[in-house]
Design a protein around this ligand. Structure first.
Ligand SMILES: Nc1ncnc2c1ncn2[C@@H]1O[C@H](COP(=O)(O)OP(=O)(O)OP(=O)(O)O)[C@@H](O)[C@H]1O
Ligand SMILES: [Mg+2]
Length: 216
């Protein structure tokens, strides 16, 4: 039985679900947990391919991934931690994953084109019974404009009071290249990028711990 399920979900494609899923899978695996990524993007299977690449390159710790389409089965997986890497445009599957998950991470870029649908998506989850406290936004692919980052944060917070991770993930070739070789964003060639990814991961772990301790 899985002790912990983290869902990386969004309606928008290409916002960073798989990137954050890999970051969290690696973080828990490095802490000694057995980890499986359930790859709900069964057409592209990008995280399955990523895990195969990771194994081929001999990167440790080991992470398992499988194409997946049954959210209700995740709890029965014999892994300490299951990370659901969602697929875009799948309301029903996303809702079921969110119901099974301790925490739902919603990555978003800084443009309104990303922010608006992602906020609507989170609002829909809440309307369908997912506790607001179980949703955490992550700003991904940020640029070096502090103003753009703070405006995006404000947009999400406006009237909705979702949690937004303090640490964003900037758009860096190093993160993309790491993933091309089966590595997580925290396993890139660049210590400063790894530090930021680790800081974000620690924030997400902290949120998970609060939710499980307090049973929000
Ligand atoms: N912070 C970043 N810096 C650089 N490249 C990034 C970053 N985040 C994501 N990418 C790259 O952007 C692309 C989309 O990211 P990712 O695959 O994580 O999004 P996704 O939400 O899972 O997409 P999909 O909806 O297609 O499954 C990938 O090529 C990924 O390597
Ligand atoms: Mg993906």
């Amino acid at each position: 039985m899985a002790d912990l399920i983290i869902g990386c979900l969004s309606q928008k494609g290409g916002v960073g679900k798989s990137t954050i899923a890999r970051l969290m899978a690696r973080t828990y695996a490095a802490a000694g947990w057995s980890v499986k990524i359930c790859d709900f993007n069964t057409r592209q299977k990008t995280s399955v391919d990523w895990c195969a690449m990771r194994a081929a390159q001999g990167v440790e710790p080991i992470i398992v991934a499988e194409p997946y389409n049954s959210p209700s089965s995740m709890k029965r997986e014999p892994f300490d931690c299951v990370v659901a890497d969602g697929r875009p445009d799948s309301d029903q599957s996303s809702l079921e994953i969110a119901r099974a998950a301790t925490l739902v991470v919603v990555p978003t870029g800084l443009t309104l084109d990303d922010l608006k649908p992602q906020l609507l998506f989170a609002n829909e989850l809440v309307a369908k019974g997912i506790a607001r406290e179980r949703i955490m936004f992550v700003l991904n692919k940020t640029t070096d404009s502090d103003l753009a980052v703070s405006e995006a944060r404000q947009y999400i917070l406006q009237g909705s009071l979702y949690l937004v991770a303090e640490q964003d993930l900037s758009a860096k070739t190093g993160y993309a290249m790491a993933q091309n070789t089966g590595r997580a964003p925290s396993e890139s060639k660049y210590p400063s990028l790894n530090d930021k990814a680790d800081t974000l991961a620690a924030e997400i772990v902290d949120r998970v711990n609060r939710l499980t301790e307090n049973r929000l």
